[in-house]
Design a protein around this ligand. Sequence first.
Ligand code: UDP
Length: 248
Amino acid sequence: MPLSTDLSTDLADTTYKRVMLKISGEALMGDQGFGLHPPTVQRIAEEVKSVHDLGVEICMVIGGGNIFRGLSGSAQGMERTTADYMGMLATVMNALAMQSALESLDVFTRVISAIPMDQVCEPYIRRRAVRHLEKKRVCIFAAGTGNPYFTTDTAATLRANEMSCEAIFKGTKVDGVYDKDPVKFDDAKRYDTVSYDDVLAKRLGVMDASAIALARDNNLPIIVFSLDEPGGFRGILAGRGTYTKVQG
Ligand code: UDP
């Protein structure tokens, strides 16, 4: 069934109560190749609002790859942990941009950082974050796990477990997980479901291995869908559209 592009009249319903949305930093840069593209940030904020309107409690983790990645910094000679902290700081900038876009749509939002920076956003305190969710505030978890050598995929899985989310929704450029790169190969096949172990063994590139293992060990499903599809996030929550579910 085609997805509705009119988010206001789409009669979507969902059984989900609390979810984690993980997007990469690159999802915010539009066609620019770097940084933040405000209309793109706004479009994603509208997608989030459309799900918030269904009464779903929403956690978000946004990567930092549109600004800085630790690995590329260290490849250029920078000390790895310093480069990783720069990557974590990049995620805070993205989180603030998303907060601003969501609040322009009257969606109350908290940015919650794993690295305390009190003048900018809240420090991470699990019980306080749960309370925000109960009050229907969108919680954007920033600064990753707060530790170098990790990624925001692992941060999303960690926070999703801590917040008792029912699933992680990973918004990407493609509508699921394929057996090979669908951009390069016409005969690439999309999985409807795939196991955590197959993702790891076949190196399907859904998320990094530590994130997949953490999801597997806690039975947390990962739903990979296209964020480029208008109304896609809301449609997927209502069980429509195409996606891949990674599960046990
Ligand atoms: N990072 C980190 N620890 C974390 C999360 C992120 O050190 O717990 C750093 C790491 O350098 C990473 C960068 O932050 O490259 C940006 O995060 P990520 O690469 O996950 O962003 P995405 O690819 O999702 O945009």
